[in-house]
Design a protein around this ligand. Structure first.
Ligand code: TRP
Length: 369
């Protein structure tokens, strides 16, 4: 990573020293069985100099989102904060669960439509991936594009991003990989080195995983408008969207039998305890997924199993028994919903593809002329 990219580190980035990186599965196994890796004791100080290493810091945006979210009559915390390094690893494990069909559907769909997308974008393209996580789907697109110029993965978890970028480098040794640690809910600053990209190469913004569904419809439109600005007038956006509205398959996808989704959701409270001096009794909350049929959205909640209170940064918050913290929505936008969001963002559909049973869709969008 160049110093330029280091300067791009948003305050939303993981501020702690990255832990040794193991595969997500290995990490999970270790932290479930043993001491959580976050509780590593600082080394004993050997004199005055060593004491300088004993500093603490927290992300002020995380703090203000948590404090204001817990002060509302209906408590909620934005889903962005679910994705620290541990959250990103747990999320990776979710994508491999038998109940979570979306990742498998999207991968099989991308296998069949990547060639058509690559033909439309042309040679020397720069692929920018939003919320890149493990970059597991990236090779499907990158492998189809003719002479890709660069790959710019954008993710909020810095350590996870670097790990994924390093793995990808092994598969595409000649590709320029320019990771950007940023929160895509805000304008993303692209690396300056992209100025040297050939003028003929277009930009392909890849926003997979139905992440768009984790935003409110108006936020989704604003987000797509920013992505339209990012790809520029000649560029295109590849958008992966879960269209499934069948409760029978949706509920288990967001509340699996092995409890991985529950661990992912509850990690938010652990993160508050770790980073914001929280006193949550994590065992006194449980994960719940609900489906809102009118709004076509899954809701994730952390339910307080008893009356209790918890402190965050010295402020106390009371919970009634059964009261929840709403942690995430996952809207199931159908074609008409995406049309209306795209229109607000001044984008038009170039093409769309659906996976066999019509559960998952990939839309190719371009800025309106
Ligand atoms: N964006 C995806 C979705 O809404 C993935 C996702 C986000 C997810 N949070 C999740 C999947 C929690 C399962 C559980 O489906």
């Amino acid at each position: 990573m160049s110093t330029q990219h280091l300067r791009n580190l948003s305050p939303g980035a993981d501020l702690r020293t990255p832990r040794p990186l193991l595969s997500p599965a290995a990490e999970l196994g270790r932290s479930v069985r043993g001491t959580p890796l976050d509780r590593v004791e600082p080394r004993a100080s050997r004199g005055a100099r060593a004491e300088l290493t004993g500093w603490t810091s927290y992300d002020p945006r995380f703090a203000s989102d948590v404090l204001s979210g817990l002060s509302q009559p209906r408590k909620s915390i934005p889903p962005t904060w679910l994705y620290d390094q541990r959250g990103s690893q747990l999320f990776e494990a979710i994508t491999e669960l038998p109940e979570y069909y979306a990742t498998r559907s999207e991968i099989s769909l991308l296998r069949s439509c990547a060639g058509a997308i690559a033909a439309r974008i042309g040679p020397d393209a720069t692929v920018i991936e939003i919320g890149s996580g493990s970059s597991r789907k990236t090779p499907l697109l990158l492998g189809a594009v003719q002479r890709p110029y660069a790959y710019v993965p954008v993710d909020i978890s810095g350590a996870f991003l670097m790990h994924s970028a390093a793995l990808l480098r092994g598969r595409f040794p000649d590709l320029r990989i320019m990771p950007v640690v940023a929160d895509f809910m805000r304008p993303v600053q692209l690396p300056h080195a992209l100025r040297f990209a050939p003028a003929s190469g277009r930009r392909l913004v890849f926003f997979p995983g139905s992440t768009i569904g984790n935003l409110e419809p108006d936020e989704a439109a604003a987000c797509l408008a920013r992505l339209g600005a990012l790809c520029g007038p000649n560029g295109m956006i590849v958008l992966g969207v879960d269209e499934n509205r069948d409760e029978e398959t949706l509920l288990p996808a967001y509340n699996d039998a092995a409890g991985v989704t529950a661990a992912f959701d509850l990690n938010l409270l652990e993160r508050i305890n770790r980073e914001l001096g929280g006193t949550f009794d994590v065992g006194a909350f449980r994960h719940e997924a609900r489906y809102d049929r009118e709004r076509h959205r899954i809701e994730m909640h952390l339910v307080s199993v008893r009356e209790q209170s918890a402190e965050v940064l010295g402020r106390s918050f009371a919970f009634a028994q059964g009261e929840t913290i709403h942690t995430e929505n996952s809207y199931k936008f159908d074609r008409a919903a995406i049309d209306s969001i795209a229109k607000q963002a001044k984008l038009q559909r170039v093409a769309d593809w659906r996976e066999d049973r019509g559960r998952f869709a990939v839309h190719l969008l371009a800025p309106c002329a």
